[in-house]
Design a protein around this ligand. Structure first.
Ligand code: ZN
Length: 106
């Protein structure tokens, strides 16, 4: 698979998961306060928090993928957003949506 296809496939997967999380969180929110005991409400709140952090993580990843696709469309070697140095092919093989080199990613 080319890097392009990998990135598009990953972006589609993330968009789908984001949509699922949004759907689930709407359901959970509308369920709170309707005949639930306090314990159940707390569980939902904890689940919501997990969803929110996962949602944020996915959104960050999606933004990285879109940035990586832009770079691919520009042509030329993939360059690091941090130091403008080339991103090694080995890193892109492991992480096709890497927009920073290993040194800048830390
Ligand atoms: Zn760098």
């Amino acid at each position: 698979m080319t890097a392009h296809k990998t990135l598009h496939a990953r972006a589609a997967e993330i968009e789908q998961r984001l949509a699922e999380i949004e759907r689930e969180s709407k359901k959970a929110t509308s369920g709170i306060g309707f005949g639930k005991r306090i314990g159940e409400g707390t569980n939902i709140a904890v689940e919501r928090l997990k969803d929110v952090s996962m949602h944020q993580g996915l959104q960050t990843e999606l933004a990285n993928i879109k940035r990586a696709l832009e770079k691919l469309n520009e042509g030329g070697p993939m360059r690091c957003d941090g130091c403008s140095g080339p991103i090694p092919a080995a890193r892109l093989d492991a992480l096709p949506w890497a927009v920073r080199c290993v040194a800048c990613a830390v």
